[in-house]
Design a protein around this ligand. Structure first.
Ligand SMILES: [Zn+2]
Length: 115
């Protein structure tokens, strides 16, 4: 089996693109591409190394986020309990277009300099 592995260690197809490796790790690569990628990974040390780097980078990012970013992030300046009410107020303001021309006295509209 190991002999097979080394005899197949020169893949005939091109290496996997980095974005495919990322999508594969994330489970977002379409099934057909994913199985082709896994087949390639079985025989290609280069892509396997790249895959390992992608996985390490992701786990370092998660570790950083959990140990540093989240604990050091400041709390919001005040409670969010009024946020919904403020959001509704803004939505109503946006949905009620201001039409100042309706308030303009009609006598001025067509009175173009005859007086
Ligand atoms: Zn490869």
């Amino acid at each position: 089996m190991l002999k097979n592995f080394f005899s197949n260690s020169q893949p005939t197809e091109e290496h996997l693109p980095k974005e495919h490796l990322l999508m594969l790790v994330d489970g977002e690569l379409p099934t057909k591409d994913a199985s082709r990628a896994r087949e390639h990974l079985e025989t290609c040390w280069t892509c396997r190394g790249d895959l390992e780097k992608v996985e390490n980078t992701i786990s370092q990012f998660i570790e950083f986020r959990n140990k540093v970013q989240i604990p050091l992030s400041p709390s919001p300046p005040r409670k969010w309990d009024r946020f919904n009410a403020e959001l509704i107020a803004v939505k109503e303001e946006v949905n009620t277009p201001k039409r100042p021309w309706l308030d303009f006295p009609t006598s001025h509209h067509f009175n173009c300099g005859s007086e």
